[in-house]
Ligand binder design. Structure first.
Ligand code: NAD
Ligand code: GLY
Length: 361
């Protein structure tokens, strides 16, 4: 069964298809291909697994594939790798209306999307996410970016895809550590605004870790529905969308501080979420019992519950690059309960430091 959700953004609205075997369904993608050629951006891990299937499907739709295969890893999410995409687009005479399809996880989706936004000022962009994290989060909402040595996702653009195809069968080959990393972002939706979903996750976590397709279909669809609602209300993060960054201010500091690719994005978000929970308890926003419940679920999801010992000063320095900083003032997403997140600039540096120190190894 295929579930179809819509991201409502006026003339830039687009569908998200979620189901098994979508990579082989030519009818789903054909309406979005206006040329006889499409570029598929993927990497050295995902291409050997899924590029042949996608190429055959596009062939049935009368479309030839120009592959662009990038090195695999967060450490390659940078200018040099982005330029490889531009080199290939120019060398193969791609036009403004040539579709660019990102086949892979969030790194490929973020870089492919940024390339699509920039090449000839914008080409049609299709997301085919193949990790749990990219199916529930990064393929939806139009944030595209590369990393800078001084800060994560610092160079980028808002650029919406015209179609998202989340084929749950691709998750069969995903390493368990990557599946767990995706669960960090799934749990995030429960914490931000969907307490019923959080409770559902407590009851179905084992099925998700076992890659049960019924449970995955429900979790991916409910996550995407949560994200689509937030993006439709606040596409460019003037307000509410910042809540989707729960745990990310601390998490991005972990990723940048350790060096990209050391901790997975979802792992850093999990540890960051628990620093945010700790700070919320210190401010009297969250009860200690609620914080323990959050730690219990993240721990069962095989995610790190302690942050790496970068030193409090280093955390604070890295966090000053956060995109929510406004007029030099740090703003954080904290929890007022399970299912109730809020942005605040009222936490003192002393409380923030104490929360970081309490959750670091
Ligand atoms: P990733 O793209 O690095 O993929 C994880 C690993 O799994 C990689 O080695 C990849 O090659 C491999 N892989 C992908 N699909 C596979 C499959 N089906 N079978 C086997 N291996 C597979 O990481 P990710 O967790 O998907 O994405 C993380 C990135 O997403 C980060 O850069 C993060 O900043 C970004 N992100 C962006 C947004 C957004 O809104 N744009 C949101 C969240 C995260
Ligand atoms: N992952 C945060 C956002 O899409 O806004």
């Amino acid at each position: 069964m295929i579930q179809i959700l819509n991201v409502s953004l006026g003339e830039r609205s687009y569908p998200i298809h979620i189901g098994c075997g979508l990579l082989s369904d030519a009818a789903l993608i054909q309406p979005y291909l206006k040329q006889k050629k499409a570029v598929v951006v993927s990497n050295t891990t995902v291409a050997p697994l899924y590029l042949a299937t996608l190429t055959e499907t596009l062939g049935q739709a009368g479309v030839a594939v120009q592959p662009v295969i990038l090195p695999d890893g967060e450490e390659y999410k940078n200018w040099a790798t982005l330029n490889l995409i531009f080199d290939a687009l120019l060398a193969s005479h791609c036009e403004r209306s040539t579709p660019l399809i990102a086949l892979g996880g969030g790194v490929i989706g973020d870089m492919g999307g940024f390339a699509a936004a920039c090449y000839q000022r914008g080409m049609p962009f299709i997301q085919v996410p193949t990790t749990l994290l990219s199916q529930v989060d990064s393929s939806v909402g139009g944030k595209t970016a590369i990393n800078h040595p001084l800060g994560k996702n610092m160079i980028g653009a808002f650029y919406q895809p015209c179609l998202v195809l989340a084929d749950l069968n691709t998750l069969d080959t995903l390493p368990r550590r990557e599946l767990a990393a995706g669960l960090a972002e799934v749990i995030k939706y429960g914490l931000i605004g969907d307490p019923e979903f959080f409770a559902w996750l407590e009851n179905h976590l084992d099925a998700l870790l076992a890659c049960d397709k019924t449970a995955l279909a429900y979790a991916v669809a409910r996550s995407c529905a949560n994200k689509a609602a937030v993006v439709a209300a606040d596409e460019r993060e003037a307000g509410e969308r910042a809540l989707l960054n729960l745990g990310h201010t601390f998490g991005h500091a972990i990723e940048t501080g350790l060096g990209y690719g050391q901790w997975l994005h979802g792992e850093a978000v999990a540890a960051g979420t628990l620093i945010a929970a700790e700070l919320s308890v210190r401010l009297g926003w969250l009860t200690a019992d609620e914080a323990r419940r959050i730690e219990g679920l993240l721990s069962r999801a095989e995610l790190p519950v302690r942050a790496p010992p970068l030193g409090v000063e280093r955390y604070l320095e890295l966090m000053r690059h956060d995109k929510k900083v406004a007029d030099g003032q740090l703003r954080l997403v904290l929890l007022q309960g399970i299912g109730r997140a809020a942005v605040t600039d009222t936490a003192s540096e002393g409380d923030i430091s104490a929360a970081i120190a309490a959750r670091c190894d």
